[in-house]
Design a protein around this ligand. Structure first.
Ligand code: FSO
Ligand code: SF4
Length: 543
């Protein structure tokens, strides 16, 4: 195996024996093979789209399969064996459609023609993985593009679940995968990477539209972080539709529902406030789940990444759904057309369990997505003009296990009192419980929501640019100190670059998949930088 798609990759360069995330070599290889066959599907489906014979089912398959290979989504070997088989069958169907339409399928790449049974998958996977691209710059750009597309697929899937799809986004994912099979120059690949950022903006805007149309605009909300004395279900991940159906099915049953990790921002949406049993948020970011799932006592529903190898002590209480998988965990099947998922087993299980053990008490405040912040725009602009707010720090992104991420708590604590943090994603858990106070009633940490709601932060920045009459978003008193972990952070980064944001600092380490030359292009063109010590970085940002 060779995998370097996330920030925690071994030695910052690549996991080769087993993932730091717990992914086994056979699963890593099968994921590579799945991506390979998706490339073959994409070569053909680009043709099918041009000929007007592409099928929505193919778009959905490619999207879901990409999503399933994201870090900490699916660790189940059987799942990927099945997916590779499905992918081969779908690829051959697309080929058949092309023949029927009188179009000769492009068959020059092996990903379009190779076929075999499961016994041959591992050997094939070894030959078509990341290292099969020998030139390290081309490999770096191909992978950067692929990870951007994986992040895009995750957000597209959430929007699609709520009934929102955009053909341009599906078409781009496939065009990008196809491009990784071609002998493109570094310049051509760089322009595709930048174009990926454009579709990153589109997909986050689409998801924002899907979420706010379905559940209302997030609003300032106090979220309880304590517990009640009822049996309860913990829901984690990013899927709001799963939450909606779970709340519908638990209401009036005496079973409470708490959010974990990236599900916290669900509390900010007006729609979910009507449920009396939607109690609050339990715990912190994904990587603390081994302790927090244990003390929660009730069943846990993982709707998306980030799943950590479950401990025996609570393994029987973890349920997975959607693209999430792990051998031995109970799976909630996909919804049948027009129906909800069936959470009755989970609810019955909860009733047998003791109430959650208290971790902390109190409340945290969030709900500062674009609509809410823009309704406070006068106040914010006034505070900036009066000098009460000197600078905003976008500290969106992910949290993770590495000790070096303490940097972000320390950085938040060290920021001067006249600065405001704009956050989104699970990175927030490094500072959202610190007593950082407010500036004239504006909290010093403004949480817009999940990582995809980084889009909100961009909308806010663009609006402020307009209000202050500036021509360039980089003239605003906003600094970007972003924490990354997995591939959704890649699409968020590419989206920000597309919007013209410069001088983004990325930490706690720069991506292992950036070759020195590709990193150099990012530094020279966009001013991308890493992080250093809190002290030095503060001086640099405040200068
Ligand atoms: Fe965090 Fe995990 Fe949302 Fe990521 S939960 S790390 S960027 O999956 O998706 O922010
Ligand atoms: Fe390693 Fe990250 Fe890949 Fe897991 S996802 S195998 S930790 S690089």
């Amino acid at each position: 195996m060779f995998c370097y798609q996330c920030q925690e990759t071994a030695k910052g360069s690549g996991c080769t024996l087993r993932g730091v995330c717990g992914k086994t070599a056979d699963v890593a290889n099968l994921q590579d093979l799945l991506i390979y066959v998706l490339k073959g599907i994409s070569v053909l489906n680009v043709q099918a789209r041009e000929a007007g014979v592409n099928k929505p089912a193919v778009d959905v398959f490619v999207m879901e399969a990409l999503f399933s290979t994201i870090t900490n989504a699916n660790f189940d070997k059987a799942y990927f064996v099945g997916k590779v088989q499905d992918a081969l069958a779908i690829r051959d169907q697309v080929k058949a459609e092309l023949f029927q339409a009188g179009v000769a399928p492009q068959e020059s790449h092996d990903s379009v023609t190779w076929t075999d049974g499961p016994y041959a998958f591992e050997a094939k996977a070894e030959a078509v993985g990341i290292l099969a691209t020998e030139n390290e710059d081309v490999r770096s750009l191909r992978e950067l593009l692929t990870y951007g597309v994986k992040g895009m697929a995750a957000y597209a899937e959430h929007a699609y679940t709520l009934g929102y799809g955009q053909d341009g986004i599906f078409a781009f994912m496939q065009r990008a995968l196809k491009a990784t099979t071609e002998e493109l120059s570094a310049d051509q690949l760089v322009s595709l990477v930048l174009e990926c950022g454009k579709f990153g903006v589109d997909v986050m805007a689409l998801l924002d539209q899907a979420n706010t149309t379905t559940y209302g605009n997030p609003e300032i909300t106090k979220v309880n972080i304590g517990v009640r004395n009822n049996p309860a279900i913990l829901i984690s991940g990013h899927d709001l539709k799963d939450l909606e159906e779970l709340l519908e099915q638990t209401k009036g049953t005496g079973v409470d529902v708490y959010t974990h990790g990236e599900m916290l921002p669900a509390h900010y949406y007006p729609f979910f406030k009507k449920y009396d049993n939607f109690v609050g948020n339990y715990g912190n970011a994904w990587w603390l789940q081994d302790k927090e799932f244990a003390s929660f006592n009730g069943p846990i529903l993982m709707t998306t990444n980030c799943l950590v190898t479950p401990k025996e002590s609570y393994k029987d209480r973890v349920y997975v759904t959607g693209v999430v998988g792990f051998e031995g965990l109970k799976q909630i099947p996909a919804r049948a057309a027009g129906q909800s998922k069936d959470f009755s087993g989970l609810i019955a299980h909860a009733k047998q369990c003791p109430a959650p053990q208290e971790l902390e008490q109190g409340e945290i405040v969030g709900g500062f997505a674009h609509n809410q912040v823009l309704s406070l725009a006068d106040k914010v602009v006034e505070a900036v003009k009066a000098g009460a707010i000197k600078k905003f720090f976008v500290m969106a992104g992910c949290d993770g296990r590495m000790k070096s991420r303490d940097y972000y708590s320390e950085f938040a604590k060290a920021l001067p009192q006249d600065t405001v943090i704009l956050t989104a994603g699970c990175a927030k858990y490094r500072y959202n419980k610190l007593p950082l106070g407010d500036i004239g009633g504006i909290p010093r940490v403004l949480d817009a929501g999940q990582c995809n709601d980084s889009y909100s932060l961009a909308v806010i920045a663009l609006k402020l640019k307009e209000v202050f009459g500036l021509d360039d978003v980089n003239q605003l008193p906003i600094a970007y100190n972003i924490a990354w972990y997995e591939q959704k952070a890649v699409i968020v980064l590419l989206a920000l670059l597309y919007l013209g944001v410069k001088n983004i600092h990325l930490g706690p380490t720069l991506p292992g998949f950036l070759s020195p030359n590709v990193a150099k292009v990012l530094v020279e063109t966009f001013g991308i930088g890493g992080v250093g010590s809190v002290e030095d970085d503060l001086k640099m940002f405040m200068a």
